[in-house]
Structures are given as structure tokens and as C-alpha cells.
Design a protein around this ligand. Structure first.
Ligand SMILES: Cc1ncc(COP(=O)(O)O)c(C=O)c1O
Length: 394
């Protein structure tokens, strides 16, 4: 049986008429950039997230980049982020001229560790005139946690640390649209708990466009206006550029398609969660739940529906590469998110981290394996995947 890692063809078939009509409407209007479809999508996303402002941009990467540029973060600044995420989380920090400072992850959630973050600050930083200065005399200005695989970071801890040290808190919510978190005194939604939240609509995301697209949510109106300007080359009045931005616009066809798909997002995420729970039960059936480390659901008992949106179902084993090969031979597609921790990326050699600096991130990179998961995956396919894994461990 062939099991694809991700297969959205059934989803497209169900919506194809609506999606084609939406794209056709844009083509007929000949209004391709910064038009009504984008305005509609921004309004819908602001309402979906429960955030006052939403600014559509050209990708999740550009969402991060535009936020950092709009904040004028750059040379001499340092930005703390996780040692384990998709490259863009750290790449954007470097692109604005700032230095990424990595912090290790929690081994069960793969998200940035609050404890490790506090340890770094205590050991290497001091507060000088209200600013947090690190061992390289850089000013730490911001904190960028990423909510990996559809599970929010411990945002109570991130908010506390950001508050204590006056850091801007930028959530990389590219993989966590709609995911909820039990804040100390409220229900938090990914992207809306910090100062700005960045989303990606890369086609494989829970809400995927037909190409690249992204969005930023924020609370501050002036900042949202600055972001709008930033995505349009910093232009204020026509052809008058108040600061240097970029072309980070989300186009009308993508926005029109996203408007159709957004209405189904929560039901898709629910189906992903059901499929994830089915995997977990199957692993228990074959008594592999200890041999293979399964995803955790730390917020499952909090009453939040979207406590995990399962962008990925990631398992761990020390025999990852062998298992992956075994599954590939049985036509089961898998993926490794990600084979290198960020400090192990060749482009970050100049930061002079070494092996062992972030042991949890390094080990995750050696052991992680993402199994096929999408809303329409059949239980039969999932059983087949787990049976193959059971055969492997024999
Ligand atoms: C955690 C994370 N951050 C940032 C991005 C960048 O998003 P995009 O691919 O839309 O540029 C992604 C998407 O792949 C991601 O998974």
C-alpha cells in the first residue's frame, strides 16, 4: 500500500469549484495586488485569531522578515530563538543584520525550553540601563519562539521572560495556525499572545495557499500600519518611501483561495487531531508506545479544543534512519523535520557554536521522523504504517 506523507487532492476535489470560482473572479476583475480579496482575508484572519490587526504578506518567511524590519532590528542587536525549527526562523534574524542566539528545546515538545532560556540569561547576560546585554556586547531586543508541529510553546513562560527583560515577543506561528494555549488567565491563540505573530500559508500547512503566502497579526494599530508600509517598500504617499521595506505583498488570487479554505480550517485540524489520536492508539495496540516516542499533548486536559493542531505527527527513535528506509521500501513516505539543528547549519558556522551546545535539539535532529498525516488520511493507511513499524521492531 502506498501512503503519501501528505495528499491534499481529496481536499481540493471537494472545494475545486469554489476555489476556481474565487480565482476566476480575481482574473475577471484584473485586480491582482492589494485589492478586496486581501482586505477580506485580513479581516477574516483577524477575527479567526481574535487579533485586532492582520496584515497579509508574501510568505511566512516574509512575515518574520517584515516584522523584524518594521521594528528596525539590525546590526548590534541579538534575537533569542530556538535551536530547532525551520531555517527561516533564524535566517530572517540574520538577514536584518542581527545575531541569532539559540536556546535548546524541551525534548518532548520540541519547543524552546523556558528553563534553558533562563539559564542562558542568568549565565551570559546582564542588564545595563534597562537593556539586556549578552556576552558579545550585543543588545538582546527580541525573543522569537516557534510553535513547532502544531503545539504552542509554553507561552506563560515566554511572556514572563519577555516581560522581565523588556524583550519584544514575536511568535513564529507558521506551523500552529489556530492552536490554543492555556495562558495563566485566558485562552491564548497562536500568534496573538506576543507582540506579533507570523503565519505561513505554504501549500502543505494546515491552511495552505496555491503557492506562497503569509500573514502577521498584532495588537498595536500603529505597528500594523508600519507593517503595511513595510510590505510595500516602505511607501507612504505615492512613490514616497519613508523607510526601506520590501515587496512582501500577498496577491489577490492567493487571498481569494485562502478565503475559501479558511472556513474549513478548524474541521481539518480536528480531523488531523483525530488521525493523530488514532496513530497513538495503534502504537499502543502493537505495544510500541515506549519503543517509539510519541507526540505529547501537554494541554489536552485544559478544555481547549485546538490544544494541538498536528501540523505534523512526529515520532522518535534512535533507529530513525533504518526505520525510514524500511518504510520507504514499503511505500510509506516519511520526512525529517529537521535533520540539522540550527546551530549545525553550515551558514551559521560563524556563530561558533559547537556540537553538544544544544544536546536536545541535536538529538531530536537525529531521531525525529514525521509520519504521513493529513485530514483525509484513511485509518487503513494509518494501520498499515503502524503495522510496518511494528514489523520493523519485530
Ligand atoms: C516554523 C516555520 N517558520 C517559518 C516558515 C516559513 O514560511 P514560508 O515557507 O511560508 O516562507 C515555516 C514554513 O515552512 C515554518 O515551518
Amino acid at each position: 500500500m502506498r501512503v503519501r506523507l501528505l495528499d491534499l487532492s481529496e481536499q481540493y476535489r471537494a472545494l475545486s469549484e469554489e476555489i476556481r470560482a474565487a480565482a476566476d473572479e480575481v482574473l475577471s476583475s484584473q485586480r491582482f495586488i492589494l485589492g478586496p480579496k486581501l482586505a477580506e482575508f485580513e479581516k477574516a484572519m483577524a477575527s479567526y485569531c481574535g487579533s485586532p490587526h492582520a496584515v497579509g504578506v508574501s510568505s511566512g518567511t516574509d512575515a518574520l522578515l517584515a516584522v523584524l524590519m518594521a521594528l528596525e532590528i539590525g546590526l548590534g542587536d541579538a534575537v533569542i530563538t530556538t535551536a530547532y525549527s525551520f531555517f527561516a526562523t533564524a535566517g530572517c534574524i540574520t538577514r536584518v543584520g542581527a545575531t541569532p542566539v539559540f536556546v535548546d528545546i524541551e525534548p518532548d515538545t520540541y519547543n524552546i525550553s523556558g528553563k534553558a532560556l533562563r539559564r542562558y540569561i542568568e549565565k551570559y547576560c546582564q542588564t545595563v540601563e534597562g537593556k539586556l546585554i549578552n556576552e558579545n556586547r550585543q543588545t538582546i531586543v527580541a525573543l522569537v519562539p516557534a510553535h513547532l508541529f502544531g503545539l504552542c510553546c509554553d507561552m506563560n513562560e515566554m511572556l514572563a521572560i519577555a516581560g522581565e527583560h523588556n524583550l519584544i515577543l514575536i511568535e513564529d506561528a507558521a506551523q500552529a495556525i489556530g492552536a490554543e494555549f492555556p495562558l495563566a488567565n485566558a485562552r491564548g491563540k497562536a500568534g496573538t499572545m506576543g507582540d506579533a505573530g507570523c503565519f505561513s500559508f505554504y501549500p502543505s500547512k494546515n491552511l495552505g495557499a496555491a503557492g506562497d503566502a503569509g500573514l502577521v497579526v498584532c495588537r498595536n494599530e500603529r505597528f500594523s500600519e508600519r507593517l503595511r508600509q513595510c510590505r510595500h517598500h516602505g511607501m507612504g504617499a505615492q512613490y514616497r518611501h519613508d523607510f526601506v521595506g520590501g515587496n512582501f505583498r500577498l496577491d489577490e488570487i492567493q487571498a481569494a483561495i485562502l478565503n475559501v479554505k479558511l472556513q474549513h480550517l478548524d474541521s481539518w485540524s480536528a480531523r488531523r487531531r483525530e488521525a493523530a489520536n488514532f496513530y497513538t492508539k495503534q502504537f499502543q495496540r502493537v505495544r510500541l508506545e515506549k519503543t517509539v516516542r510519541l507526540p505529547v499533548e501537554p494541554y489536552a486536559q485544559t478544555g481547549l479544543t485546538n490544544h494541538h493542531i498536528y501540523h505534523q505527527y512526529v515520532v522518535r527513535t534512535g533507529r530513525r534512519d533504518e526505520l525510514r528506509q524500511y518504510l520507504a521500501e514499503r511505500e510509506v513516505e516519511t520526512a525529517i523535520y529537521y535533520p540539522l539543528a540550527l546551530h549545525e547549519q553550515p551558514c551559521f558556522e560563524y556563530l561558533e557554536y559547537k556540537g553538544g551546545d544544544f544536546p536536545e535539539a541535536e538529538q531530536a535532529a537525529r531521531e525525529n521522523l514525521a509520519l504521513p498525516l493529513y485530514p483525509e488520511i484513511s485509518r487503513e493507511a494509518q494501520e498499515y504504517v503502524v503495522n510496518c513499524i511494528a514489523q520493523f521492531f519485530g
